[in-house]
Design a protein around this ligand. Structure first.
Ligand SMILES: CC(C)(COP(=O)(O)OP(=O)(O)OC[C@H]1O[C@@H](n2cnc3c(N)ncnc32)[C@H](O)[C@@H]1OP(=O)(O)O)[C@@H](O)C(=O)NCCC(=O)NCCS
Length: 172
């Protein structure tokens, strides 16, 4: 029996036992430098976007394991507050929804004024990452295990957003 099970695992692949969002969530803190900003000291949106993309990729990679992960889309991103040279950019990200090969990652950006430790919410973004196999074909990732009502709420909101972005992209 054990030999037959081993054969199934070898031929079909590992059973999808799922993963919790806590297993892949991430936070990074980056000091904003003069090279990140315009001459008046405002940090470029593109610099923030780069970090958003990076952390979303990291979370997706943690969730999907060996697969290569690429960015399929980043939803419209609004910069709510300015970020300045010398601020610490605090970026946190977690997976909210998984379809088959695609994963929605919610990324929150705060800016901390290191002189007085005050923080402002600078932006939120939803990034869709897609897992690819070694031939570049989309590959199934572990399903998302939901632990409580908050997880379920985030998941169903993520599903609604995914349906709407796929509609906008002409994919459904
Ligand atoms: C993302 C990409 C792999 C999708 O390829 P595709 O040929 O459309 O493949 P599919 O139609 O099979 O879609 C694969 C998955 O991507 C999702 N997807 C495709 N376009 C999407 C979009 N615009 N937004 C969100 N998800 C999208 C599909 O829903 C599907 O998800 P599922 O497996 O969970 O159902 C492909 O467009 C690509 O390689 N893009 C470039 C990615 C990249 O290099 N990014 C870095 C910046 S250049």
């Amino acid at each position: 029996m054990i030999i037959i099970w081993d054969l199934i695992v070898l031929t079909v692949g590992r059973e999808d036992t799922g993963k919790r969002s806590g297993e892949s969530e991430a936070e990074m803190i980056v000091m904003m430098l003069p090279s990140d900003a315009n001459p008046k000291g405002n940090v470029f949106g593109g610099v923030i976007l780069k970090h958003v993309d990076l952390i979303a990729g990291l979370v997706a990679k943690r969730h999907s394991g060996r697969a290569n992960v690429v960015t399929a889309s980043i939803d419209r991103m609004v910069f709510l507050k300015p970020v300045f040279i010398g601020n610490a950019l605090i970026i946190s990200a977690r997976i909210t929804y998984v379809r088959r090969s695609s994963m929605e990652i919610e990324v929150n950006v705060e800016a901390e004024d290191l002189d007085d430790n005050s923080k402002v919410h600078a932006a939120t973004a939803f990034v869709t990452m897609v897992a690819l196999d070694k031939y570049g074909k989309p590959i199934k990732v572990p399903h998302l295990v939901m632990e409580d009502e908050n997880d379920k709420k985030r998941y169903s909101e993520g599903e609604l957003r995914m349906n709407s972005r796929l509609k906008d992209a002409g994919k459904v």
